[in-house]
Design a protein around this ligand. Structure first.
Ligand code: CDP
Length: 253
């Protein structure tokens, strides 16, 4: 069997050339990293859960008219996506203060913000993804003004969708990060939500207890990461309630 061509190996995913031009296979690894890869571990099953959760969010976004790169899930760890040129920005939307915003501005974690706040970081691991303003983005040509209008609108639509879904299962969407891809179509380009949406890239807190159900469990050594991600998947109806009910393979005589 021919070996697939690896296009890129990232911290949590590997990208392979897809079966047709313009497609890519995203493979979700079990590797977890934090603090710009200073903290690393392999968490059994994380890739499977993120593949499932990201599929769920991307499909849902497509159903409400938010364009994404997602085409279909191929198996437990892989999904087929449209290849796109990634805009070199991490687009962060915050509903409650946490993480770097709390540190930077001295706001207690969990404080509800007056309205969703969108931030942009320049995607460069060697610089630690620094926060940038629209002035930097325009001056360095990372995105045009039209792109920025579209990116803001995409980010807020994703926020409305995800907050609603999470609210429905008793989870607060504290913040999240998305990446945006450009897809060229002749003389035109469209912007789509790319990469992944999973508890690796969101902060998700239980509505009642504020228990963390996201990558902070790993960053801050708060317990089992797979238990936290499984809980999110379970509440969204993506896990069998009774694992014993799964039909076991039977021998065919
Ligand atoms: O996560 P950290 O405190 O380093 O940074 P943040 O700016 O507070 O992160 C805001 C949100 O974006 C969190 O949900 C992070 O998990 C997510 N994020 C991410 O997925 N990837 C990054 N490189 C940076 C932030």
């Amino acid at each position: 069997m021919a070996r697939r061509k690896k296009i890129y190996e990232g911290k949590a995913k590997t990208l392979y050339e897809g079966p047709e031009p313009g497609t890519i296979v995203q493979y979700f690894k079990d590797d977890a990293t934090a603090f710009n890869a200073e903290k690393k571990d392999v968490i059994d099953g994380k890739g499977v859960l993120n593949n499932l959760l990201s599929e769920y969010f991307m499909v849902g976004l497509g159903q409400v008219g938010v364009p994404t790169h997602f085409l279909k899930r191929l198996n437990m760890r892989e999904q087929l996506v449209r290849s796109c040129e990634i805009v070199p920005l991490e687009v962060i939307v915050r509903n409650y203060a946490a993480g770097t915003m709390s540190k930077r501005l001295g706001i207690d974690e969990g404080t509800q913000l007056p309205r969703p706040i969108v931030e942009y970081c320049y995607k460069d691991d060697s610089l630690g993804d620094p926060l940038v303003t629209e002035e930097h983005i325009a001056a360095f040509g990372w995105a045009s003004q039209q792109d920025m209008d579209d990116i803001l609108s995409l980010a807020l639509r994703v926020n409305d969708f995800l907050s609603g879904i999470m609210y429905g299962v008793g989870i607060k969407l504290v913040d999240f990060k998305i990446e945006i891809g450009r897809i060229y179509d002749g003389d035109f380009q469209r912007l789509v939500v790319a990469d992944e949406i999973s508890p690796d890239s969101c902060r998700l807190w239980d509505m009642e207890t504020n228990q963390k159900l996201d990558k902070d469990v790993f960053r801050r050594d708060l317990g089992s990461l797979t238990d936290a991600y499984s809980e999110v998947a379970r509440r969204l109806g993506l896990m069998p309630n009774n694992p014993a009910s799964i039909t076991k393979p039977t021998l065919i005589n």
